[in-house]
Design a binder for this molecule. Structure first.
Ligand code: NAI
Length: 726
């Protein structure tokens, strides 16, 4: 074996080791960090390594590229990407071109190169592996590969789009890799065709890499071979031309006009790149990518979906000093819609659940919910029969309170009735372990009053789940006046165990997310009352970036429920409740027209017997639309966003939500506040002119559309001193 030296001097993070078989192993190992990321140091060391590879090419017969960390390479430097603005386009483009140049020189070195992907390789990390002629992936637990850049508002700009298009064709690349940014397990990546081999041990991985190198001394990329054609055809081929028109249409359907530039840029990069030679394609890719990175949306998305999310999930609001605690036996009271689903997510997380309802039949019906979901997962091949049985075996359905014996965690999810909840809690308490944490899933009732029903109010807390529980990632952890810090820590730990993102909120009417969504929905109703055509309201909602139209959303939730929330809000705010031209519309829809929403088959929309949405209820237009009312479309969109953001600012000011990160993440995950904004408070930061620009706009909206746009004092102060939310 020849000398084990760093690629260039002792400081290079890529170690260089030539074996007796003349195979060079390059090991990525940034000793200053836990993971390898594509930071400035990596860029420099890669450049130096490539130069040495070319200079010393005669001293080895092939190259294995691997990593000394648990993951392969974690990806791009997200801080750099987040902070880049329009003035940085050249710098960013140069940075991308540097990687492209290095990767291109590696693949054209004239020596076979194998990426031995020993762990997760996402984004830029996977682009490193794409420079190799072969990718062998170790199927270690949790390993994910793929190019998820589009989910953060950017695109794979270190050669990722160009290479994947040339490996599997434009259509497959778009649908399976770059268009949606799927994160894949190794086996799935193998099926998709972006990796060549999946192995189960590290020894196998290196043995296979060596064998492949020895068997393929002349390896080169397919696109560098004479006569190469892109699978499925280039952009000008008739085969591809037949498929392409569907893409812009699907894109429109997916985004519904939301101002998210990345998906269209990915498509343009793929298609335009497929029409030219590989080196021109790389240049196209750089141009689109640099523009995305330096535009505002990617910064917002990276901040919210990566940095804010990580901070929240790592426990920015979890009190320190309490060791992590996992409940052993969770009692779920009430096996209705929420209780059944809470039991499911808890059992899926490996925890024993007792699901109690008033009758065994009702409890079993609740357990059926888990059966249905597990059966579907088995049918789709996502779950083994054995795991299905294990999960079901963890759920004990019962009507017998004695079965709760020894439970150390309770989630109450019976009807929304204060007296019933109090009596249920008092009934079960004697059966629980001495320090059991008692949680209620009330959507709005005051925790303080409920806490009076239990003997240890310090162990009482709210866990406000969102429906459907198995899909919605957010959980509001509601702290009442008497809740102890330890209880908060335990509730937080439970949330993470069941894979939810917990935000901590104060015990105030409707908590955080529903307050924010309430303002957005009220604006939509106000517009209707003002005479705006309902179709324009729905368009404004989706073009602002919300996932569904505001009126469609009210139909989904059911207006009988939202009226109760509205009434509660009115009672809570008393005189200060601001009415709008839309305040009475829901009541009219329910009481006068008997159209409460989708579940009844009629609401703002008409529905078919199978629940399919048919179209807006024609009479709605007759009742409310006034053609003389002309409101600028930008006002419609921004009223929805601004009203919700103002409420988030009020919640932060009054302590209903404790941190900016939680406010942003909670708005996106809980109510579908548009991800392109970076969340309800980041929307204020990034508004043209920053907080001051936002405040000026809110003041103008207030002058025209009323007091819902009153700016809270703390935000006005921020605007005056140019202090963004951070
Ligand atoms: P649901 O009506 O579907 O289920 C309630 C269940 O509680 C029924 O199965 C009922 O038989 C059972 N129950 C009644 N008395 C009981 C008792 N003494 N012991 C045991 N079980 C008893 O109601 P849902 O929608 O599941 O709501 C439950 C709670 O969750 C409510 O407080 C609600 O406000 C809250 N919530 C509901 C959300 C939603 O989207 N539906 C969202 C967040 C919270």
């Amino acid at each position: 074996m020849t000398a084990n030296t760093a690629a260039t001097g002792v400081d290079n993070m890529i170690t260089w080791e030539v074996g007796e078989d003349r195979i060079l192993t390059l090991t990525l190992d940034d000793r200053t960090q836990q993971t390898n990321t594509m930071n400035e140091r990596f860029a420099a060391d890669l450049g130096a390594t490539v130069a040495r590879l070319e200079a010393e090419k005669d001293s080895f017969d092939g190259v294995i590229l691997t990593s000394a960390k648990e993951s392969f390479v974690a990806g791009g430097d997200l801080v750099l990407l987040m902070e880049s603005g329009p003035e940085d386009v050249k710098k960013i483009a140069d940075g991308l071109d540097h990687y492209k140049d290095c990767f291109r020189r590696i693949e054209r070195l004239g020596r076979p190169v194998v990426a031995a992907v020993n762990g997760t390789a996402l984004g830029g990390g996977f682009e490193v592996a794409l420079a190799a002629h072969r990718r062998i992936v170790l199927d270690a637990p949790g390993t994910l590969v793929g190019l998820p850049e589009v989910t953060l508002g950017v695109l794979p700009g270190a050669g990722g789009v160009t290479r994947v298009v040339r490996m599997i064709g434009v259509v497959n690349a778009m649908l399976q890799v770059i268009g949606q940014g799927q994160r894949m397990k190794p086996q799935q990546a193998l099926q998709v065709g972006i990796v060549d081999e999946v192995v189960s041990t590290s020894e196998e991985m290196f043995a296979h890499a060596r064998a492949w190198i020895q068997a393929n001394p002349d390896a080169s990329q397919p696109w560098d071979k004479p006569g190469y054609r892109i699978p499925g055809g280039s952009a000008s081929s008739s085969a591809l031309a037949a498929n392409l028109p569907a893409f812009p249409a699907n894109l429109r359907k997916q985004l519904k006009g939301a101002p998210m530039p990345a998906p269209a840029a990915v498509l343009a990069t793929a298609v335009e790149g497929a029409a030219v030679d590989v080196d021109s394609a790389f240049r196209i890719e750089t141009r689109y990518c640099a523009n995305l990175i330096c535009g505002p949306v990617s910064g917002n998305m990276i901040k919210a979906l990566f940095f804010d999310m990580n901070k929240v999930n790592k426990g920015t609001s979890r009190p320190a000093g309490y060791p992590e605690r996992r409940p052993e036996k969770v009692a779920v009271l009430g096996a209705g819609m929420m209780g059944a689903a809470i039991a499911y997510v808890t059992a899926r997380a490996g925890v024993t659940v007792v699901l109690k309802d008033v009758s065994l039949e009702a409890a079993e019906r609740g357990k059926d919910y888990s059966r249905r979901l597990l059966d579907a997962a088995v049918a789709k091949g996502r779950l083994s029969e054995q795991l299905r049985e294990e999960v079901l075996g963890r759920i004990v359905a019962t009507d017998n309170v004695a079965e709760l014996k020894g439970s150390d965690f309770v989630v109450e999810a019976v009807f929304e009735d204060l007296e019933l909840k109090k009596s249920v809690l008092a009934e079960v308490e004697p059966y629980l372990s001495d320090d059991a944490l008692i949680a209620t899933n009330t959507s709005a009732l005051p925790l303080g009053e409920m806490a009076a029903a239990v003997s240890r109010p310090e162990d009482f807390i709210g866990l406000h789940f969102f429906s459907p529980v198995d899909k919605m990632p957010l959980l509001e952890v509601v702290v009442a006046d008497g809740t102890s810090a330890e209880s908060l820590a335990r509730a937080f730990d439970f949330a993470r165990i069941i894979n939810k993102t917990p935000i901590v909120v104060r015990d105030a009417y409707a908590f955080y997310a529903n307050r924010v969504i309430g303002q957005f929905v009220d604006q939509a109703l106000s517009m209707l009352g003002e005479g705006v055509h309902p179709a324009s309201i729905e368009q404004a909602t989706t073009q602002a970036g919300f996932p569904v139209g505001a009126l469609a959303l009210l139909d989904e939730v059911n207006m009988r429920t939202t009226i109760k929330i509205q009434e509660g809000m009115m009672a809570d705010q008393g005189e200060s409740y601001v009415t709008t031209p839309g305040t009475s519309i829901q009541r009219r829809m329910v009481e006068e027209f008997d159209r409460p929403g989708r579940a009844a088959g009629r609401g703002f929309y008409d529905y078919a017997d199978d629940g399919a949405r048919l179209g807006l209820w024609p009479q709605l237009v007759d009742e409310y639309h006034r053609s003389e009312v002309v409101i600028p479309f930008d006002d419609l969109k921004e009223r929805l966003l601004v009203a919700a953001s103002l409420e988030a600012a009020r919640c932060l000011e009054s302590g209903i939500i404790g941190t900016v990160e939680e406010a942003n993440v909670g708005s996106i995950l809980g109510i579908g506040f548009p991800a392109w904004t970076g969340g309800a408070l980041q929307y204020i930061n990034q508004y043209d002119g920053g907080p001051a620009g936002f405040v000026a706009r809110a003041d103008a909206l207030r002058a025209t559309y009323g007091d819902r746009f009153t700016v809270p004092a703390s935000l006005r102060d921020r605007a005056a001193s140019d202090q963004p939310y951070c």
